[in-house]
Ligand binder design. Structure first.
Ligand code: NAP
Length: 327
């Protein structure tokens, strides 16, 4: 069965997902789109032969739309996810699931009342080949119980409107979801350290060092650097009782010349995680097409990521350890 998709939000990632749904993946057709910028919506619709709807509610209510893709601005997500649940339609929502953990709880309750899983959240790192290989090593027990994980999330630069809290809510939130999945346990407390600021950051508190305490006692440190210039570099190393396992280098080529050894670093997240986005949406489509519940990150994961992010922001503000409270 071809899944007929309605897309709410045709900005950067909305357009990228429409491209992959139409040209890269199998089993999907984008039939309806909307955006507050109507001209942008029309241009995207024209490229794939879709209709333009007046607003997000019309996309969800459209009889030809089997499943909804929410790629609009974060604060609008909850409304469209709740509407999709009320309509009994599968919904794939880019992160964040909602603007607050409280709003995520409303979605959890609505989904529970509907009696089946309808929501998947776009935490695509779980679909990355490197992270899957790393998790396979951890799960095999070959390096013993995991004790520590060192993560780095490095961006070459960020736009001028990047807010100080975005280093947590937009950047580190990916590591927050990732480590819950990697270790299969919740984060119980958070601290945030403020190293000497990078002069490239124009007054922004950058980098940050976020310390996550896991239920088992394992500790994860996440360096978030958002103005490091040299490239988009995502690193991760798990330290176990008897060994370590780390993400490999992501370059397809290594050059040795003039006494040096170099390999390219991805320019941005689209280049680094392009295959993970493809796999994430293909696996979701395959399950929706056959009437099976989605297996990827769901409402609880969206809620937990929001709750840990809120605790991290509080820890940053207070300069102290903050306990994560989950329902
Ligand atoms: P963007 O380029 O600003 O696109 C958002 C689009 O949604 C804009 O065209 C915006 O229109 C439109 N929009 C806003 N409110 C709307 C509404 N109520 N109904 C319909 N359209 C609406 O942002 P983006 O970078 O694509 O990000 C979109 C979402 O995806 C964000 O939540 C972001 O966190 C997430 N994201 C996730 C990843 C990931 O790695 N998983 C990567 C990138 C982005 P206007 O411009 O007119 O406001």
């Amino acid at each position: 069965m071809t899944v007929r998709i309605g897309v709410i939000g045709t900005g950067m990632i909305g357009q990228d997902h429409i491209r992959r749904l139409s040209r890269v993946l199998s089993g999907a057709r984008v039939v309806a789109v909307t955006d507050t910028d109507r001209a942008r919506a029309q241009e995207c619709a024209g490229r794939v032969g879709a209709r333009v709807c007046e607003n997000g509610a019309d996309v969800v209510g459209d009889a030809e739309v089997d499943a909804v893709l929410v790629t609009s601005w974060g604060p609008t997500h909850a409304e469209y996810v709740l509407a999709s649940i009320a309509a009994g339609k599968n919904v794939f929502c880019e992160k964040p699931l909602a603007e607050s953990s409280q709003a995520c709880l409303q979605i959890l309750d609505a989904e529970a009342a509907a009696g089946r899983r309808l929501v998947q959240v776009g935490y695509m790192r779980r679909y990355d080949t490197g992270y899957r290989a790393l998790k396979a090593v951890v799960d095999s027990g070959s390096i013993g119980a995991p004790l520590l994980m060192h993560c780095a999330h490095r961006n070459p630069s960020v736009p001028g409107h990047f807010r100080p809290e975005s280093a947590v809510t937009d950047s580190a939130v990916h590591e927050i979801d990732l480590v819950r999945w990697m270790f299969g346990e919740e984060v119980v407390a958070v601290r945030v350290l403020r190293p000497r600021a990078n002069a490239n950051g124009g007054g922004l508190q950058d980098p940050l060092l976020i310390i996550l305490e896991m239920q088992s006692g394992a500790i994860v440190d996440v360096e978030v650097s958002v103005n490091i210039r040299y490239g988009y570099d995502i690193r991760g190393e798990v330290v176990g009782e008897n060994g370590t396992a780390a993400l490999g280098e992501n370059s397809p080529v290594v050059v040795r010349r003039e006494g040096g050894l170099t390999s390219p670093v991805p320019v941005d997240w689209r280049e680094r995680f392009s295959l993970a986005y493809d796999r994430e949406l293909q696996e979701w489509l395959d399950r929706v097409a056959t009437g099976r519940d989605p297996e990827g990150p769901g409402s609880w994961d969206g809620y937990a990521a929001a709750a840990v992010s809120e605790a991290a922001l509080e820890a940053l503000r207070l300069g102290d350890r903050v306990v994560v409270k989950l329902r």
